[in-house]
Design a protein around this ligand. Structure first.
Ligand SMILES: C[S@@+](CC[C@H](N)C(=O)[O-])C[C@H]1O[C@@H](n2cnc3c(N)ncnc32)[C@H](O)[C@@H]1O
Length: 423
């Protein structure tokens, strides 16, 4: 049964919030200010999930989604909203999340960094699914499901990634991917060469032959890595070299790297520019995106990263940059902080995964009394929770910046800077 709703705001997660008949609704497909005919799809923790079946009065900022998969593929959430308003809502959502979860009433400015809203991704994690004994589909999952939507082109992937996807989708290649469940693509900074990573849960036949054939047969492929259960096959280059400004980063298969082609240098600047001193800690360092520039202006930098491949890349990247004041600790941040006792580092950069840092990291970190903390986050709720904790330990929030790394989606990257309060 359908009924009318009028959502009044967007919330984190890509849905619109509405209240009616004493109930709270999260609506997919409707925008704030619109009157929509919706149908209930379920109830989670007392909140009714609904989906718009008809927009009765469209908002002025509603636009026609340019992608034919928008209503089925789960990758994008905001293609129906004009781009400037996507960013405006993200600012609102970050501010509200800080207030609501972190109990931080941030009334200061939120500096926005944005660039091209299409074709911005330098990487893609595609799913592969067998559709019959002879053929497979390549694509992304539908929203909140494991149902695969077969994709031929994606408007947020770089041009090279789209060309690679187009070729992988040719029947002759596609049919050879039946044993695999994931295809992961990473393009270099010029969008000139791409590394292909294929993953299978177990041993696959002729993996090495497939890797070599793809390297030879698909244009602009720098390397193919096949991970099949415990086995690993490499044809060509296993790692991508990615230049950002004067730094070059080696990125091995499985290592994390920021996904926005256009805003990585802005992020590095926001974190490192103007920073100098004796000691800096770069926690959750990845392949050293921030450690390398920090090592230019600090006497000593300690980088902590738990993923072995990323830590190996970081060591390689530091050596290639001629930096011998950078120490790499390949362990979990929580284990590192249990033993690290040098108090009052000048700066701690902290860039955890979506789960955030939490008290197990923040308590020992606060005990070190760093002078400044720079928190980089891809998940506003855990950022707000963690900032609330840090502020209660005697730190003052000094600035918040928003990087629209993921246009057309609800995802957002933030940088928050804090300083130890006097006294
Ligand atoms: C969001 S990425 C940031 C990486 C890097 N700062 C960058 O911007 O490229 C988070 C990184 O933390 C690492 N990681 C996840 N959990 C960790 C933990 N408990 N201790 C140390 N590193 C961890 C991941 O392997 C990943 O490289």
């Amino acid at each position: 049964m359908s009924f009318e709703l009028r959502p009044h705001k967007l919330v984190y997660g890509g849905k619109a919030l509405a209240h009616a008949q004493g109930q709270t609704f999260l609506v997919t497909g409707a925008l704030p200010g619109e009157t929509a005919l919706v149908e209930t799809v379920g109830v989670v923790k007392g909140v009714v999930r609904a989906s718009a079946v008809q927009i009765l009065s469209p908002a002025a900022n509603r636009v026609q989604p340019p992608c034919p998969y928008f209503n089925t593929c789960g990758g994008c959430h905001y293609q129906h909203l004009a781009y400037p308003d996507q960013v405006r809502w993200k600012v609102e959502i970050v501010r509200e999340t800080l207030r609501h979860i972190g109990k931080i009433p941030w009334d200061g400015p939120i500096k926005i960094h944005q660039d091209e809203p299409w074709h911005y991704r330098n990487q893609a994690e595609l799913k592969v699914e067998r559709i019959d004994s002879a053929d497979v589909a390549i694509g992304f999952f539908q929203a909140e499901s494991h149902h695969l939507v077969s994709i031929e082109r994606c408007k947020i992937l770089s041009p090279l990634l789209n060309r690679t996807l187009e070729q992988l989708n040719q029947p002759a290649w596609r049919r050879r991917l039946g044993d695999y469940r994931e295809v992961s693509l990473l393009a270099d900074d010029q969008d000139g060469r791409v590394r292909i990573l294929l993953r299978a849960g177990r041993h696959t036949n002729e993996a090495m032959l497939l890797a070599e054939d793809i390297l030879r047969g698909i244009e602009r492929v720098s390397g193919v890595v096949i991970e099949a259960g415990p086995e690993r096959f490499v044809a060509g280059e296993a790692a991508v070299l990615y230049q950002v400004g004067s730094f070059r980063y080696r990125i091995s298969a499985g290592a994390f790297f920021q996904a926005s082609r256009f805003l990585i240098s802005h992020l590095i600047m926001a974190v490192t520019d103007g920073e100098k001193g004796l000691v800096a800690l770069d926690l959750y360092a990845g392949v050293g995106l921030f450690s390398l520039p920090l090592a230019k202006t600090f006497q000593e930098v300690l980088a902590v990263e738990s993923h072995e491949g990323s830590a190996g890349d970081l060591a390689w990247n530091a050596q290639a940059a001629g930096l011998d004041n950078l120490t790499i600790s390949n362990q979990k941040v929580e284990d590192f902080l249990r033993r690290y006792a040098r108090r009052e580092p000048d700066l701690v950069v902290l860039d955890p995964p979506r789960t955030g840092a939490g008290p197990a990291v923040l308590r020992p970190l606060a005990a070190l009394r760093p002078r400044r903390i720079c928190y980089v986050s891809c998940h506003p709720p855990t950022l707000a929770r963690d900032l609330g904790f840090v502020v209660r330990q005697g730190y003052q929030l000094e600035s918040v910046e928003l990087f629209d790394f993921f246009p057309q989606t609800y995802h957002v990257e933030c940088v928050a800077r804090l300083a130890r309060s006097a006294g």
